[in-house]
Design a protein around this ligand. Structure first.
Ligand SMILES: Nc1nc2c(ncn2[C@@H]2O[C@H](COP(=O)(O)OP(=O)(O)OP(=O)(O)O)[C@@H](O)[C@H]2O)c(=O)[nH]1
Ligand SMILES: [Mg+2]
Length: 463
């Protein structure tokens, strides 16, 4: 177990910096209560250390010379019944940049230390208040950009993923114990499972692990949003479409072809799912210059990673060779066919394009007057539903979890093969232990300081 840096008392602003109605400064550690006691003058004349845990106290916050800083409320949580498991004091003061800095500086001058990003949650983990998947869920909860990502984070915070992993662990431990017993007491008749039964149980666990791994693709969309890239030739209204869906003038729009040179990404929410919408440089047959070439390269790179493409054509123009080329380029991908500028007289041969794209009913829109945009959102929602994102079942949302499960599954498969080949039980146990270790690492029962750094550095300060 790495050395734990839990001796210090840490402090940080837990609310966003800037002006606000109130701000909360959180202090955690051995000196939290004594520090508060020194600078907090309670209205009720009783020492904080004498007050029970989970109580709120009104009073005044002062500096070393007893100059008044602010009128505050102090929340008191005593170890072990706090978020971090340590003594915690939360100072609710008025929300001003200078004011909060003054209180924080005072605490630091007098023995507290600035908390690192995520350090409160890291301490909660180190004190066994949360396991690692739950700590990660705290971050996902804060970062959630849509209803579905929020729901996934809540499920994980409530321990649904940990429960499932612990269930795998219990099953594997039973198998392990049986095999170990047969090794230790080879001559005794033990009431153990037959080899057949053991193999079956291993297969069951592997199947469940595999199905959880399979949920990752859906989970990633839930957490990060579905990458939706608008493609089409220049001037068809791609930037206008991004602006219209965002409902603000984000991208430059002009009648000059080639206005957009770089890809531009914004997130919107459609049907409870985050949609990462990308406006791109128009695709053409041949790039006109180097900048054009770079723009097209970037468009293609986004299109390659996209979960959904919006293929945009201009209804006021005839179907062109460029449209044709783009269609053949994107055909293998999941796309929606969208015809823009329907407010203008139409030159597009609808019958022809419907023949060319028989499986995708075109979505008719006008970015200029907003017609068809609601229907387009509905169609995007349908496409997202087809990806299974709206399912309520437990979903993997992090690559770390997926990799740990893959490792567990592979090790389990190896031990199963060894057992099947009737090789020594010791060998079976080695791989079984590797599978168990991968699961233990997933929930954080085994961890390195390095892994914790990677996880908690993503957090903001004060969480
Ligand atoms: N009449 C009409 N004009 C539109 C519509 N949508 C876009 N336009 C106009 O078409 C022109 C091109 O629009 P953009 O949104 O810049 O097109 P783009 O596809 O992003 O163009 P590039 O960035 O150059 O590839 C602008 O003059 C827009 O005002 C529409 O629905 N109707
Ligand atoms: Mg553009």
């Amino acid at each position: 177990m790495p050395k734990l840096d839990l001796e210090d008392t840490i402090a940080a602003l837990s609310t966003p910096p800037g002006e606000g109605g109130i701000a909360i400064i959180r202090v955690s550690g051995k000196k939290a209560i004594s520090l508060a006691q020194r600078f907090f003058i309670p209205s009720r004349n009783r020492k904080l250390s004498r007050e029970p845990t989970h109580t709120i106290h009104h009073g005044h916050w002062v500096d070393e010379k007893e100059n008044l800083i602010d009128e505050v409320l102090v929340h008191l949580f005593k170890t072990p019944h706090s978020y971090t498991g340590e003594d915690v004091v939360e100072i609710c003061c008025h929300g001003g940049t200078r004011l909060t800095a003054r209180i924080l500086e005072l605490l630091i001058r007098n023995g507290a230390r600035h908390a690192e990003p995520g350090e409160f949650t890291k301490r909660a983990f180190l004190h066994g208040k949360l396991d690692l998947t739950q700590a990660e869920a705290v971050l996902d909860l804060i970062r959630a950009k849509s209803e579905t990502s929020l729901e996934a984070a809540v499920l994980q915070l409530r321990g649904r993923l940990s429960e499932k992993i612990n269930h795998f662990k219990t099953d594997l431990m039973k198998i392990y114990a049986h095999l170990e017993a047969s090794l230790d007491f080879p001559d005794e008749h033990l009431d153990t499972y037959s080899e057949e039964e053991l193999l079956d149980q291993m297969t069951n666990v592997r199947r469940e692990i595999e199905s959880l791994i399979a949920s990752f693709k859906r989970g990633l969309i839930m957490r990060e949003g579905i990458l939706t890239v608008i493609v089409g030739r220049t001037n068809v209204g791609k930037s206008s479409l991004l602006n219209a869906l965002l409902d603000r003038e984000r991208a430059l729009v002009s009648q000059l072809p080639g206005t957009t040179r770089d890809a531009l990404e914004e997130t919107i929410e459609i049907g409870g799912v985050a949609v990462r919408l990308v406006d791109t440089a128009g695709l053409g047959l041949l790039p006109k210059d180097e900048l054009d070439q770079m723009g097209m390269k970037r468009t293609r790179s986004y299109a390659k990673d996209a979960g959904l493409l919006l293929f945009l054509v201009d209804g006021s123009q005839e179907w062109s060779r460029e449209d044709e080329a783009i269609l053949s380029e994107i055909s293998p991908k999941n796309f929606l066919f969208v015809i823009n500028k329907t407010d203008l007289p139409q030159k597009l041969d609808y019958e022809k394009v419907i023949r060319l794209i028989p499986n995708e009913k075109p979505c008719l829109i006008s970015c200029l007057n907003g017609t068809g945009l609601l229907e387009l959102e509905e169609r995007i929602k349908e496409k997202i539903n087809q990806a299974g994102v709206m399912q309520q079942s437990l979903t993997l949302t992090r690559l770390r979890h997926k990799q740990a499960l893959e490792e567990a599954e592979k090790a389990l498969k190896r031990s199963q093969d060894t057992l099947q080949r009737k090789e020594s039980a010791e060998l079976v146990l080695v791989d079984l232990k590797a599978a168990l270790d991968a699961l233990r690492e997933l929930v954080g029962e085994i961890h390195s300081e390095n892994l914790l750094d990677v996880i908690f550095q993503e957090f903001c300060i004060g969480k």
